[in-house]
Design a protein around this ligand. Sequence first.
Ligand SMILES: [Zn+2]
Length: 136
Amino acid sequence: MNWFKIIKRKIKKKKPSKRSTLEYLRLKETARIVIHERLQFYAPLCGVVYKRVAIRNQRRRWGSCSSAGNLNFSYRVAFLPVELCDYVIVHELCHLKELNHGPAFWLAVEEILPDYKLHIVAIREIEKIGLVLTVE
Ligand SMILES: [Zn+2]
């Protein structure tokens, strides 16, 4: 291991300040309320029942769904424009029917959100900006 690697590792391990941790917990709590509200609205429309919901500080994905029927969301989802937040919610709920991105999956998404293709474009734009503007 050289010095560069050691320094890089130390920077990565730097703990967030107490203030940013509290701020994160506050944002996460707001996200929990928003995400649960949207899930409760859309689950019956999608005709699905979800199990455990986890809200995390995940950066790579807005949401994911496990084969056990558990849903994971980044807390950032709740701070997207509402139509994009709803798209992520509906996308994951539809995975409870179809755990893939095949034609039946997209048909299920379209049934609930006919404009979902526009939402995908918009969310990709936000992802590009997100590389610069991350909430920490
Ligand atoms: Zn998906």
